[in-house]
Design a protein around this ligand. Structure first.
Ligand code: KIV
Length: 305
């Protein structure tokens, strides 16, 4: 059978089941050179991310903390899923990111990894898992990669933690840096305000970004800094720069999923856009359910055995 005939044949069969379709498209990816099919199903890697930067193609990233939502986000075509330590706030209800542990991050990441057929999965190294020593940082990064199945780790900080980042990269683990508002340092900053608005901090941030880039970080998150500075950093480094509250001149954007879905209506910083208002939908659905239970209209005749 000719390669093009094979493609039509498998696409026809695939209508029967989406799972089957996924398997067959994977097969097609391996057996043909058809680029449009290949790019739809191939896993995003550090090479893909570097190429997207080189080609000027914007990179989309969202946080995820569980299998069900990660599957929806992956199927929608996101490039990168971040199991952020914002899980400490979003999933556990803590005020800060500091309390979440390495084992809790691994538990959450396992579900996201099972859901991510295409997206690259990056996981935050939580507070206390890398700051103590290079040896402990590498041990924890290896544990996270081994037990969770993630594709890369993210670490907050610049020059101060450069030797740690170098050791983790030398262990063969891709590292995404994180500069600007680094929430694990909230107590040092005294809040979640805009970072690097003064010249001195801006110059340090630019210098830190260049050091992370030279150390081999494949990407750098810039959080809540002036957009002009984010643009300077983006032009100065070969790593892909992913912004949150850093303007639209970066190589990509990241948001906390629950924030952009409008599930967390108490939180609306200037940089956040609600792409949905799901808190209302959930509230209305639960109210409807309660009414239906109370007046015995749920379950109805068709909803019972
Ligand atoms: O933990 C997190 O969700 C993050 C993003 C805000 C970048 O680090």
């Amino acid at each position: 059978m000719k390669k093009s005939t094979k493609l039509v044949f498998y696409l026809h069969i695939s209508k029967k089941s989406s799972n089957f379709a996924h398997q067959k498209l994977k097969y097609i990816t391996k057996t043909t050179n058809i680029m449009s099919v290949h790019t739809q199903t191939a896993k995003v890697t550090t090479t893909t991310i570097r190429k997207m930067k080189a080609d000027g193609e914007k990179i989309s990233m969202l946080t995820s903390y569980d299998y069900t939502l990660a599957r929806l986000v992956d199927e929608a075509g996101i490039d990168m899923l971040l199991v952020g330590d914002s899980a400490s706030n979003v999933v556990c209800g803590n005020q800060y990111t500091l309390p979440i542990t390495t084992d809790e991050m691994i538990f959450l990441t396992k579900g996201v990894v099972r859901a991510a057929h295409r997206a690259m999965v990056v996981v935050d190294m939580p507070f206390g898992s890398y700051q103590i020593s290079e040896e402990e940082a590498v041990r924890n990064a290896v544990k996270i990669m081994k037990e969770s199945g993630a594709d890369a780790v993210k670490i907050e900080g610049g020059e101060e933690i450069l030797p740690i980042i170098r050791h983790i990269i030398q262990a063969g683990i891709p590292v995404c840096g994180h500069l600007g508002l680094t929430p694990q340092s909230v107590n040092q900053f005294g809040g979640y305000g805009l970072r690097a608005k003064e010249e001195k901090e801006a110059e340090k941030l630019l210098h830190d970004a260049q050091l992370l880039d030279d150390a081999g970080c494949f990407a750098i998150v810039l959080e809540k800094i002036p957009s002009a500075l984010a643009e300077r950093v983006t032009n100065a480094v070969s790593a892909a720069v992913i912004g949150i509250g850093a303007g639209n001149k970066t190589d990509g954007q990241v948001l906390v999923l629950h924030d952009m879905l409008g599930l967390n209506t108490g939180f609306k910083p200037k940089f956040l856009r609600y792409f949905a208002t799901l808190a209302n939908d959930v509230n209305n659905a639960v109210k409807d359910y309660i009414s239906a239970v109370k007046d015995s209209t749920f379950p109805n005749a068709e909803e019972q055995y």
